[in-house]
Design a protein around this ligand. Sequence first.
Ligand code: 13P
Ligand code: SF4
Length: 303
Amino acid sequence: MTITEKIVKLKKEKKAVILAHNYQRPEIQDIADYVGDSIELSRKAMDEREAKMIVFSAVDFMAESAAILNPEKKVLLPSLGARCPMAQMLTVDEIKRWKVLYPLVPVVLYVNTLASAKAYCDVCCTSANALEVIESLNAETVLFGPDRNLAEHIQKKTGKTIIPIPEWGFCPTHLLFQPEDVQVLKMKYPDAVVMVHPECTFEMRDVADFIGSTSQMCRYAKEKNAKTFIVATEEGLLHRLRKDNPRKRFILAYEEAFCPNMKLNTLERLYVALKEEKYVVTVPESIARQARKALERMFELTN
Ligand code: 13P
Ligand code: SF4
């Protein structure tokens, strides 16, 4: 049996579903039951009523959210080291420090945070719904973390005041993109449409034709009547874009744009995870209860 066949067999036997983020390796995306962005995967995790086990091929905070929303299911992360560095950038102590400075201001946290941080916020958001969440709050000022670039992107679109916490939070992978590289590609492909993730710097967002989450980019690329797209997000998304749009051309805006954390998940590790039922992601109930409220509020505000 090939490793793919072994995974399919085990998955059936154990009533498991495989959820994979858009940045996963092509062979993992192809074997997954569902591929999507962070909010789609959280919703999917809740919808999987029949499943006993969720194998979350992504990074720590996404698997944690699945565990928080599905306390009755076993949630597995195939690679223990798959930790998002941005999520580590906002500690509970830092949130508390800002809450002292702005006691009446709501805290909105990007889902790219650890459960312990989520437990201290009023509501979560993703890059796909951050604006909608913030606009729906009855507050003119908002503490927002940990991504400073996403905070600046939202600030440009809303009349409210967004205070980034910490002041410097970032995604190392999205900082790799530079507008000079886009200019060079544009010389070769002058009609190309430029799609940029909001975690990129403002210089990159300035050269974008479209700014959105990974799945918003997928929808835009499908609908947009263009042949060539320059893409500024982690390279894994190009597999899905090419699969969904075989007649269109997708070029990564920077060739080395890999998220090393996402890429720790391999087919072999996925197989071992299923076979040995590891690594189980658990969140203490006292934290999960609070974090669940923040995630559920996001769903309520954006439905
Ligand atoms: P999306 O919600 O757009 O999938 O982004 C998640 C992420 O980690 C981006 O770096
Ligand atoms: Fe975290 Fe950036 Fe990797 Fe997304 S791409 S998981 S934000 S390090």
